[in-house]
Design a protein around this ligand. Structure first.
Ligand code: NAD
Length: 311
C-alpha cells in the first residue's frame, strides 16, 4: 500500500511515518509537507520519503498522490492563537487545502482519506463529555477551519463515494512535539520549561481541563483504520474520555521529575475552551481493540524524549 501523509514532517505525521515503517502491508510512505511548522529531521530513521510542497499547489499534490491507496491528511496551520492573528492563512491551509487534498484523492481513483479535525469544533458548547451529535460552536478561526476540514471530507464521501474518515483529535502529546515557539501546545511547553528549570506559564488559573491523548495511541488508531480501510459518514472523536486540568498535569510532572516546579499565571487566551472531554463510544465501536497509553506513561516517555533532545 502506498500512503501519503500530508503534514508528514510534523509532530503527529512523523510519529505516524515511523509507526508505518514496521507495518507489513505498507510498502511506501510519502510525507508531503511545506515545512512551515514541521521539520525534515523529524523524519530521520522513519523510512518515509519527504516531498517538500504545499497542499495549496494542486499540481504538486496531484503528482505526489498519483497511485496512492490512502492519504492521511494532517497538513494544516495549527493553533488557535495563530489563527486569531491570521485567519485567512488558517482558512487557506485548513479549508482550501483540504478541498485540494480531497480532489487529489478523487483524481487518484478514490484513495482512502483520513483527515484530522479537532475537538475545538465543539467550542462554546458547554456539554461534557463531547459527543459527536452535539452542536458545533467554533470559537476561533482555527476551529471553524477544522469544521470545514471535516465537513468537506464527509461531503466528498457522500457526493463522490470517497472512502473517508474524519477524526476529531483532542490534545495529542508526545515525542517530536515542538516546544520552543509562541504557539506551542501545553504539554511540550510545560515539559521543556520544567527541564530548563524555568517557570511553567499557565494561562488563567489552571483549572481548564483537557482530554490528553498520547501520540502512539493516535498512530495505532490511524494504522488500524488504514489496514482495514475504515470509513464512516460521521466525524469520530479520537480520545478516551479522560479529563485532566493543567494543575493536575503539573502535579503529575512534579511527581515524575521528583521536584517542585515554578508556575507563573498569565492572562487567559481568547478562543480557548474551558473544558474538553471526549465521549468515545463511536471510536470504540469502530476500533474495539485499541488500548490507549495512559497519561502518566505518555508523560514519562515525553520527558525522556525532551531530556535526550533538549540536552
Ligand atoms: N496536536 C494536537 O493536539 C491536535 C489536536 C487537534 C487537531 N490536530 C490536527 O492534527 C494535524 C497534525 O497536527 P500536529 O500537532 O502534528 O501539528 P504540526 O504543526 O506538527 O503538523 C502540521 C504539519 O503540516 C505542515 N503544513 C502546514 N501547512 C501546510 C501546507 N500548506 N502544505 C503542506 N504541509 C503543511 C506543517 O509544516 C507541519 O509539518 C493538524 O491537522 C492539526 O490541526 C492536532
Amino acid at each position: 500500500m502506498k500512503v501519503v501523509i500530508t503534514g508528514g514532517a510534523g509532530f503527529i505525521g512523523a510519529n505516524l511515518a515511523s509507526r508505518l515503517e514496521s507495518e507489513p502491508g505498507i510498502d511506501e510512505v510519502i510525507a508531503f509537507d511545506d515545512l512551515s511548522s514541521g521539520c525534515r529531521e523529524n523524519l530521520d530513521g522513519t523510512g518515509a520519503t519527504l516531498v517538500e510542497g504545499t497542499i495549496l499547489d494542486v499540481d504538486a499534490l496531484g503528482d505526489v498522490t498519483t497511485g496512492a491507496d490512502a492519504i492521511v491528511h494532517l497538513g494544516a496551520r495549527p493553533s488557535v492563537p495563530r489563527s486569531i492573528k491570521d485567519p485567512v492563512a488558517s482558512h487557506n491551509a485548513n479549508a482550501t487545502g483540504t478541498m485540494n487534498v480531497l480532489e487529489a484523492a478523487r483524481r487518484s481513483g478514490n484513495a482512502h482519506v483520513i483527515v484530522a479535525s479537532s475537538s475545538s469544533v465543539y467550542g462554546a458548547n458547554p456539554t461534557l463529555p463531547k459527543h459527536e451529535g452535539l452542536a458545533t460552536r467554533p470559537m476561533s478561526p482555527y476551529a471553524a477551519s477544522k469544521l470545514a476540514t471535516e465537513s468537506y471530507t464527509l461531503a466528498w464521501q457522500a457526493a463522490y463515494d470517497l472512502p473517508a474518515l474524519a477524526f476529531r483529535f483532542f490534545n495529542v502529546f508526545g515525542p517530536l512535539q515542538a516546544a520552543g515557539h509562541a504557539y506551542a501546545a501545553v504539554i511540550p511547553a510545560f515539559v521543556s520549561a520544567a527541564l530548563a528549570d524555568e517557570p511553567l506559564q499557565v494561562h488563567g488559573n489552571g483549572t481548564q481541563s483537557r482530554d490528553f491523548t498520547y501520540v502512539d495511541t493516535v498512530c495505532s488508531v490511524i494504522t488500524d483504520a488504514l489496514n482495514r480501510r475504515v470509513s464512516d459518514p460521521e466525524p469520530v472523536n479520537l480520545a478516551f474520555g479522560s479529563r485532566t486540568n493543567l494543575l493536575e498535569v503539573i502535579a503529575l510532572l512534579e511527581e515524575l521529575l521528583g521536584r517542585e516546579l515554578k508556575i507563573e499565571h498569565t492572562e487567559s487566551r481568547p478562543g480557548d475552551v474551558p473544558h474538553s472531554q471526549a465521549a468515545n463510544d463511536r471510536l470504540m465501536a469502530l476500533f474495539p481493540d485499541v488500548e490507549p497509553v495512559d497519561l502518566r506513561t505518555g508523560l514519562s516517555t515525553t520527558i525522556e524524549w525532551f531530556r535526550a533532545t533538549q540536552g
